[in-house]
Design a protein. Structure first.
Length: 168
């Protein structure tokens, strides 16, 4: 069973798509452990603020199957293949870590955004502070401690989520 960490972001109907994304992830990666929900400014384009969080889950799916599943959940929430990278998002799900796997294909793992986006590193370090980043050799807590927190503003948001149902 692999442990996966998935970032979730939305800046279009944020609460609706955040809840919908969590419900879908709950079906496949149960039990889930959630970071706090944060609000952050759009990075790389002018747009509405995002909701961001990181989810820890467990799966028997292979890496490639996880990637296909995440794209399917995004698509079910109105995301179109080929959407611009720096643009508004109904739902953005990115696989950050699949155990301690280091790979370049079919996806870059660990995801590079871990090291330079506060909206990824802060919630990830909440969930796995002692996890050692397989490329830097630093714990996630240490990476967050060293991060330039003036470069990106994040605000914790009061948020409660309960799954709509429990999968079998």
């Amino acid at each position: 069973m692999a442990t996966v960490y998935i970032s979730l972001g939305s800046n279009v109907d944020r609460e609706i798509h955040t809840r919908s994304g969590l419900d879908a992830l709950h079906r496949y990666f149960n039990p889930l452990t959630l970071s706090r929900l944060f609000e952050s400014e759009a990075i790389g384009f002018d747009g509405s603020p995002f909701y961001n969080m990181v989810i820890k889950g467990h799966t028997k799916l292979a890496l490639e199957q996880v990637l296909v599943l995440l794209k399917g959940i995004e698509s079910a929430n109105g995301r179109r293949p080929g959407d611009k990278k720096f643009a508004p998002r109904t739902l953005d799900l990115d696989l950050l870590l699949y155990d301690a796997l280091v790979t370049r294909a079919p996806v870059v793992l660990p995801r590079e955004e871990i090291l330079y986006n506060a909206f990824v590193l802060w919630p990830l370090s909440e969930l796995a502070p002692t996890f050692i980043h397989p490329q830097t050799g630093d714990s996630l807590a240490s990476l967050w401690q060293q991060f330039d927190k003036q470069s990106q503003t994040l605000t914790p948001i009061d948020f409660t989520w309960k799954p709509k149902y429990d999968p079998d």
